[in-house]
Write a protein that binds this ligand. Sequence first.
Ligand code: GDP
Length: 354
Amino acid sequence: TDIDIYDSMKELEELAQAAGTKILGTTVQNKETYDAAYYIGKGKAEELAELAENMEADTIIFNEELSGVQIKNLEEITKAKVIDRTTLILDIFASRALSKEGKLQVELAQQKYRSARLIGLGSQLSRLGGGIGTRGPGEKKLEIDKRHIKQRIIDIQKELKEISKNRQTQRSSRAKSNLPLVALVGYTNSGKSTILNEIIKTHKDYDKEKEVYVQDMLFATLDVQLRKATLPSNSDYLITDTVGFVSQIPHDLIEAFKATLEEVKYADLLLHVVDLSNDKYKLQMDTTNKVLSEIGVDNKKVLYVFNKADKVNYEANISVNEPFIMISATKRYNIDKFYEMIEQMLSKSKKKVE
Ligand code: GDP
């Protein structure tokens, strides 16, 4: 339906902003079929070229995946840089990844996506400027041929294997610490970072300088960080934030997610944060649960945290079969009850020692 198109376009706008671009305008085409050469059809492509020229836009972002040939043709006709949705998402991940592993995983996904689109791009690659779609592996690597990309993919996979082995060792030393692990999951922008920032204040040695980065942007966090918090009964636990989920996550990134969400698999409790003020919140919950089941995290104890209650006047008809609580992280509504629920749910599950 049209509503879905506009929702999806709105999400694309947020993604583009997260990548640091300024949106000059948006346009939507109603068409039953895709054009092999231009995706949108040559007539519409010419219209788009005129629009881009009038707006002085240097980049055009498509809310779909494009083929190498389509990108080449669209760039020729519009004289602008053409980027598709997946490239945009990958670019955001590249700029947000902090750990070596996170960076490698994103590069792996980028290399795979690019190598599948090399056909038709040819010499085009060398004249692409900086900015979106070029971050991560860097311009130099874009110029090398498919064979070199293949080799790079093999190298990255080898390095990732090595890192994963080391992490195994780190994890078992943490298991010995015997602290329960709680993981925040949920759709992008639901308030996970804000909640984490509140929760860590409960820790005895809370240090303000360690506050995590909060931004009204997508993907404020990519890499897993473990923090300490204290329960009302005075015992400690570990808390971790996860990357925000969005709809239509590129397939190759699901693979990258598996490792960045590894900690979730070992969590004793998941806090599934939901933005109650978003009219699509049920869909967002389903999307998050689908990703969780895709990475093999199904049978976890879950506390649903319906956040931003202040934005719905503290009223909502919530129907889930799992334990839930309605809070406002920014107004601190129900926060103490929330901490008590975390304690209750953790006490029901004795920490498994690996
Ligand atoms: P994340 O992507 O899930 O980590 O979400 P963030 O924690 O970055 O929050 C996204 C935006 O929602 C930020 O602008 C927050 O200030 C805002 N936010 C978070 N919790 C609440 C809340 O309870 N009420 C309101 N009104 N805004 C909130």
